[in-house]
Write a new protein. Sequence first.
Lengths: 226, 226
Amino acid sequence: MSELVIDALSIDSLIFGFKKTELDVLLVQHGEGISKGKWALPGGWIKYSESIDDSANRILKDLTGVSNIYLEQLKAFGSVSRYPNKRVITIAFYALVKPENYILQPGFTAADAQWFKISEVPELPYDHKAILDHGLRYLKHKVRHEPIGFNLIPKKFTLLQLQELYEAILEQKLDKPNFRRKIMKMDFLELCDEKQTAVSHRAASLFRFDKKKYKMLKEKGITFEL
Amino acid sequence: MSELVIDALSIDSLIFGFKKTELDVLLVQHGEGISKGKWALPGGWIKYSESIDDSANRILKDLTGVSNIYLEQLKAFGSVSRYPNKRVITIAFYALVKPENYILQPGFTAADAQWFKISEVPELPYDHKAILDHGLRYLKHKVRHEPIGFNLIPKKFTLLQLQELYEAILEQKLDKPNFRRKIMKMDFLELCDEKQTAVSHRAASLFRFDKKKYKMLKEKGITFEL
DNA sequence: ATAACTTATAGTACATTTGACTAGAAGTAG
DNA sequence: CTACTTCTAGTCAAATGTACTATAAGTTAT
């Protein structure tokens, strides 16, 4: 297997997580190279011997230790001067993960890897800020048309947790009874016979996202819209 | 200006047109190289000295002679064996044009350039069929959420022309009075005081898409949905 | 000239969905 | 038992979508 990389082509990934009521993004601190010490999007070089999807998966895996559920190509960024001293086009990917499932392990070339709240992201090198902004805009759109939000919260969740996720991503308040009704009518949530625990008020029911049911509905032409 | 190309990176463009009631795509016939004689998507190499958007525009211009209104990056395609003998990743773009505005002029390396009805596209080399399928799926989605269809029909058009465009792209019949009402209520069509000519029945009013009005509505948060 | 035909355009009636809001149920804490 | 919190069900008017019908405005054939 060739380890040779295509030197004009990299991948940078936006890895989003969600904790409580805030959207997070995963950054790594460069341990070497021109931008040593700076926080940046996790990225790497594409090898001659792997597809770009494999490449994105490998880089993601190197960072989180686990291969992920939802990884998608966003867009290529290729202005002439985006990278110093060298012409590098990068393909941006994004993934949605549950932070609690992963123990962050900085790889060889990274000094550290940490989750940052979207509102507290430090200055980023190259055009990484533009990539992040593009990703957030895309996420905001995508989350309303496809049930991808479930990748950010635990398998079993309450309707309020789901609502708070949407409120965080869309940056707007939603009406509780109406949100509830809308989601329930779509009919792809399965009620677990379990309730929330350790809360000092009436416990909410836990639900899980039923992928099979959703797939069936989608084939029938019923689409997720929020 | 450096004419050097990045040899692992190309661009392939989907250029869609619309005639009467059928969606068309622009193909070029290779005049040299391994796939000589074959029809394929118009494509070329990215130069070190140009951004990928500039590159896409240059290639499109080389083929149609005119710089275009609506050109967007679709996705990168990069499976290891998509191109013979060499590792080439391609970035796919797409554009929507009015075929009647252009006189097709095959460039240096192309033997011919022609519009093909979507249903009559010949066998395509490499992964171009996959790119086309992806583009069609994307177009079908996009056309329902943004008023891009107007790039495919003449400046002045009748509501039936517009409806037929949507029917062709979405591959489904629409109800005339309802389509009409929905479009009109969005309030970005301007009535020209002109009517259809040379038809053997009552002439329909001609409309034009009012970009400024649409922009204003969009800023107000009103979105196009069909 | 008039009847038959074609397409444009307006309107109607009913079902469904949305948005704002009310109200009771279920559970906790003092 | 009472006060408090959140969950969950429901109401109602307004807006929208769907499937039609009806009429208008022309063209063509007789």
